[in-house]
Design a protein around this ligand. Structure first.
Ligand code: FA5
Ligand code: MG
Length: 423
C-alpha cells in the first residue's frame, strides 16, 4: 500500500536492523527511532529497575531455565502462525506491528519463542525479552516494552499427575499462610473450555497449578516493594480471557492504589503448539507478564519513557536487586503544539502512523499525543484531523526554538510522507 511504503524514502532499497541488511517492501514500517533501541536490552542492564524485576521473578522459579537474550527479529510465522493466530487477526496489521518487510518483523510478544523453547526439550522455562507494538503515545504507552514468558509442561501419565498434585499441595500451603485475597473463577467453564484433546481432570489440575504458581509469584514480587502496606491484604483477581494459543485462558489483575492493574495473560497451552514443537504426551501452562507496568508501581516511576533515560539522576537511584521508591528530580514545563490538516482523498491515516512519525522526529521529547478534532467536510467529503502534541523532556527545559524546530519537522514530514494539506 502507498501509505506504508511512503515511510521509507523511495531511494532506500535496504534497511539495517541489528547489523543485518534487509530489503524493504510495501510492509516496511520500522523507523530509526525503533531500530536504534533494538540492541539495548534494558532487562539485562545491571541495576536497571527492569533488570531487578526480571531477577526477582527468576528467583521465584529457581529450578526453571532462564533465557534472556533472544533476538527480537522473528518471522510473522513464528510470531503468529505457530501460535494458531488466524490469518485475519488484527495484530498482524501493519498499523499494529513493526515489520522489517513481509518476511521479518519485531516480535509483538515473548510467546513467539514458545515453540522454539519446547523444541529444545525445555519443560520449565522463563524467557525475558523486549517486545514491540505500534501504539498511542502517553505516560503508560511506549512502542517497546518487556515481557517475561513462563511455561511448564508435565507428562500426561501417572508420574506427571503425581508431580502436578504434589506441586499444588506445596503451593497451596505456601499461600495459606499469606496475607492475600484472591478473587478466583472456575478453572474451566463453558465460555473458557477445556481443549477437546485434553483430559478435563488433568487440564483442571494444570490450570490450578498455573494459578497457584502465579499467586505465589505475585506475593513475592509485590511483597518485595517498600511502597506497599504489609498490613493490608494483597488483592488479586482472575478474569476469563481469550488467546489463540491457550484454553482455558486467564488474565490477572492486582489492586494497587485504588485501581486494578492488568499484569499478565496466561492459560493451558494449546496442544497444537506442543505438536508443532514435536513434544508428545505432555500438557502444561504458559504465561506472559509485562514488566513495565509492574515496575512503574513498585518503583513509583511516573512515566514509561524514564526506563529509557540515560540521565544519571534516574539511573543512579537504583541498585541491583533492590526495590526502592524513585524520587522525581524535577518536572520540566510542557509545551503543547497543535497541527490541523486535510488528509488526501481516499486515504486513511491511522493514528499509529501519526504517532510513529512524531516519535521518529521528536524521540523521547514527546510525552503525549491526543487527537482533539476530526470531521469530514460535508461537501468535499475530505477528512480533517487535528492533533495536540505535548512536548516535555524528562531531563531538561526545552527552548521555544527547539520545539518550534521539531514541530516544523513534524509538519514537513507529514506533508512529504502522507501528502496532507496543513490548515
Ligand atoms: C500477550 O502478549 C500474550 N502473549 C500473553 C500470554 C502468554 C497469554 C502465554 C497466554 C499464554 P497481552 O497482549 O495481553 O498478551 O500482553 C500481556 C501483558 O503484557 C499484559 O498483561 C500487560 O502487562 C503487558 N502489556 C501489554 N501491552 C502493553 C503495553 N502497550 N505497554 C506495557 N505493557 C503491556
Ligand atoms: Mg491483554
Amino acid at each position: 500500500s502507498a501509505r506504508i511504503s511512503s515511510i521509507v524514502p523511495p531511494s532506500k532499497t535496504h534497511i539495517e536492523v541489528l547489523g543485518q541488511q534487509f530489503p524493504v517492501d510495501d510492509y516496511t514500517n520500522i523507523t530509526p527511532a525503533i531500530t536504534s533501541k533494538t540492541a539495548l536490552k534494558l532487562h539485562l542492564q545491571p541495576s536497571h529497575p527492569l533488570s531487578t524485576l526480571r531477577g526477582l521473578i527468576e528467583s521465584a522459579y529457581p529450578d526453571f531455565t532462564h533465557a534472556s537474550s533472544m533476538s527480537p527479529l522473528v518471522t510473522p510465522f513464528k510470531n503468529f502462525d505457530e501460535l494458531s493466530f488466524p490469518a485475519d487477526h488484527p495484530g498482524r496489521a501493519v498499523t499494529d506491528s513493526y515489520y522489517v518487510n513481509r518476511n521479518m518483523m519485531l516480535r509483538t510478544h515473548t510467546s513467539a519463542h514458545e515453540v522454539e523453547m519446547f523444541k529444545k526439550g525445555e519443560t520449565k522455562w522463563l524467557l525475558t525479552a523486549d517486545v514491540y507494538r505500534r501504539d498511542e503515545i502517553d505516560a503508560s504507552h511506549y512502542p517497546i516494552f518487556h515481557q517475561v514468558e513462563g511455561a511448564r509442561i508435565f507428562d500426561t501419565d501417572a508420574n506427571g499427575l503425581k508431580e502436578v498434585e504434589e506441586d499444588n499441595a506445596r503451593l497451596s500451603s505456601l499461600l495459606a499462610q499469606a496475607n492475600i485475597i484472591i478473587e478466583d473463577i472456575p478453572h474451566i467453564s463453558p465460555t473458557n473450555p477445556v481443549q477437546h484433546d485434553h483430559d478435563p481432570v488433568f487440564s483442571e489440575l494444570v490450570a490450578k497449578n498455573l494459578k497457584l504458581s502465579l499467586n505465589n509469584l505475585i506475593l513475592k514480587v509485590f511483597g518485595a516493594a517498600s511502597n506497599i502496606s504489609k498490613e493490608q491484604p494483597l488483592r488479586v483477581r482472575w478474569i476469563e480471557a481469550y488467546f489463540p494459543f491457550t484454553s482455558p485462558s486467564f488474565e490477572v489483575e492486582v489492586f494497587f492504589q485504588g485501581k486494578w492493574l492488568e499484569i499478565l495473560g496466561c492459560g493451558v497451552i494449546r496442544q497444537a503448539t506442543l505438536d508443532t514443537a514435536g513434544v508428545q504426551n505432555k500438557i502444561g501452562w504458559a504465561f506472559g507478564l509485562g514488566l513495565e507496568r509492574i515496575a512503574m508501581v513498585l518503583f513509583s516511576i511516573p512515566d514509561i519513557r524514564l526506563f529509557w533515560s540515560q540521565d544519571p539522576r534516574f539511573l543512579s537511584q537504583f541498585e541491583d536487586g533492590k526495590i526502592n521508591v524513585f524520587q522525581p528530580y524535577s518536572k520540566y514545563p510542557s509545551c503543547f503544539k497543535d497541527v490541523s490538516f486535510w488528509v488526501p482523498k481516499d486515504f486513511e491515516l491511522h493514528e499509529n502512523d501519526f504517532c510513529d512519525l512524531v516519535r521518529d522526529t521528536a524521540g523521547d521529547l514527546v510525552e503525549d499525543v491526543k487527537r482533539i478534532d476530526h470531521f469530514v467536510h460535508p461537501k468535499t467529503n475530505r477528512t480533517s484531523l487535528c492533533y495536540r502534541v505535548n512536548y516535555r523532556s524528562m531531563d531538561r527545559s526545552l527552548s521555544n526554538e527547539e520545539i518550534n524546530h521539531v514541530q516544523s519537522q513534524v509538519i514537513s514530514r507529514l506533508k512529504e510522507q502522507f501528502g496532507v494539506e496543513i490548515r
